[in-house]
Write a protein that binds this ligand. Sequence first.
Ligand code: IVH
Length: 711
Amino acid sequence: MNEKERILQLREMLHGYNRDYYVLNRPVISDMEFDGLMRELQELEARHPDMDDPNSPTRRVGSDLSQDFRHVLHKYPMLSLSNTYSEAEVADWYESVKKGLGGEEFEVCCEMKYDGLSISLTYKDGRLVSAVTRGDGVQGDDVTENVKTIRSIPLIIKNEERQEMKNEELRMKNEGLPGSKTDTAAANSSFFILHSSFPNSRSSFPKEFEIRGEILMPWNVFEQLNAEREAAEEPLFANPRNAASGTLKSISSAVVAKRRLDAYLYYMPGDNVPCDGHYENLMTARQWGFKISSGMKKVKTLQEIYDFINYWDTERKNLPVATDGIVLKVNSMRQQRALGYTAKSPRWAIAYKFKAERACTRLDEVTFQVGRTGAVTPVANMEPVQLAGTTVRRATLNNEDFIRSMDLHIGDYVYVEKGGEIIPKIVGVDIDKRPLMAQAVTFAHRCPECGTPLVRYEGEAAYYCPNDTGCPPQIKGRIEHFISRKAMDIDSLGPETVDGFYRQGLIKNFADLYKIDVQQINGDGSRQKSAQKIVDGIEKSKSVPFERVVFALGIRFVGETSAKLLARRFKNMDALMSATEEELMEVDGIGGVMAKSIVGYFADAVNKDIVERLCSYGLQMSLSEEQLSSVSDRLAGKSIVISGVFSRHSRDEYKLLIEQNGGRNVGSISKKTSFILAGENMGPSKLQKAEKLGIPLVDEDGFLKMISDEG
Ligand code: IVH
């Protein structure tokens, strides 16, 4: 066999092994063998570029090539489902279907409502050619390259039924993700259906077809990802849906590949589907290699629908992915067509949403937490209780008004719910269980950390500790902000070290960081190496550019972008410190609230002293020569959209050039857009919109001329 033949053979083998592992959950070779074959294929493909195949299994690993998602029109709009929350509403729907069909008999397909991100896949000649998100339902983002990394989505499908597919029972038992909770609920349930005698299982797939489903991040992957983000001090994802969505929109498909997303398919739109039954179509799609839920059931009566709902309301907790309800669909496609659609959703389907999970437990104590900005948050400390897979001990109480509206008392039995957020919420109180003489919860009057009387500003719900330069969590919070990646990027320090230094009295503010030496950290002499690393990291930060120093100060309301604007406009710290509110507000993007906050910050003697010390330690207190020479205001007042692919500079470089020349980068085209910096292959919808609004396009060369002296 020559190398080219081996490439074809390896591709075939790897597609099959992928399916065994990710769709059938029944690996037939070891991970090591699999990786070995994949590497062999990668090497051979590198030697034979003429054998390139966009659907090769090697595409599963993704690439770091950044991508601009093209907008694609959906062939059939992606509608949503109308939601119901009670059995009575389900009965109303059932009756309306019966009436709509003039009394004709009908079957209903009951299935899980997966809580992820909907996706529409198009296959041509058995090959995945596009994957598009729902978007606004009419057009979505083309995320094909990212979707190719999802191993349970077949890149190539085959007509012949594979031998292994016949043993349905084994497969269904193994449904669920390897290493995660398995789908035993489905396997043990009376709703678990064996399809081995399915009549259309050999139906061949159409030359071109679409199949839709949900992309999900399994619970175990989600938990691991958040644990990693917590360790890296990155913001956590609120739920697996947000995590899946953030991942799928990642511009690097290599990142997507690492995140181990999964996909269940649940609908085939169009006229060229294999059968008249929706359920039968999905079973056929399963034969082609798609992952189809095993928790599906065809029923006829309302009672059977209720039974299905009740069963899965509890059993869903054993599934490896998030679900938030049940979807009911009239099974016959002919009947679906007869029932048709309203403007927003099909009449032939509805969703029944599960009630959020709720637990009842005792409120033991309310404590108050002071954040970096001085905002004080009340926290309920409760008797630990199990809720939606985790133990809950604490819940946020938002603010004083919330506590009052709940009329909370210590010792109350409270209902806790986990909504879309990680932190559970108290949603009600069982007044009947209130102990005699229970004390009403009152808001703290003094800061629990420094004892300063709290203030509540007009129009705000939160209380603040006004002692911003003397209150420990505010000081520590500001130091943590100062060292963070987007500010001074001192990665040799973390929150725990900062906390330790603060407690030892080594630092009282972030300027103190620059005077600590190895000896001070290395008190007993056992930490020479790590102490040196910390000091080196601090030293290195002295070259961090001026705009990041401005951001690092932690002036209230001044984010990364505003800091850049300020740095470019005032060019050095002295000028910024003496700027008046009016001068600050002249900067495009700086409003009244921010201007006031900046002036207030520099008026405080403690802050002024800190900044002067930073200057004396040698931090960058002005724009660099290079920055100064490249700064112009040639694009002042212009809002610019970048679109397409460029050859002379990267997108990020163009973004920087726009900023350096006083322009603003904006994400989407509107009436206010000044022009579009257009590269090759600009998306058709952007082009259309630009044309419609009469926004000029400027190409790379034109743009570079514009910001050069010639311009
Ligand atoms: S069918 C025309 N089936 O729910 C109806 N949707 O509000 C096409 N979803 O955007 C959708 N599980 O993302 C269907 N088994 C299921 C589903 C499901 C989850 C999502 C889907 C859709 C939303 C509808």
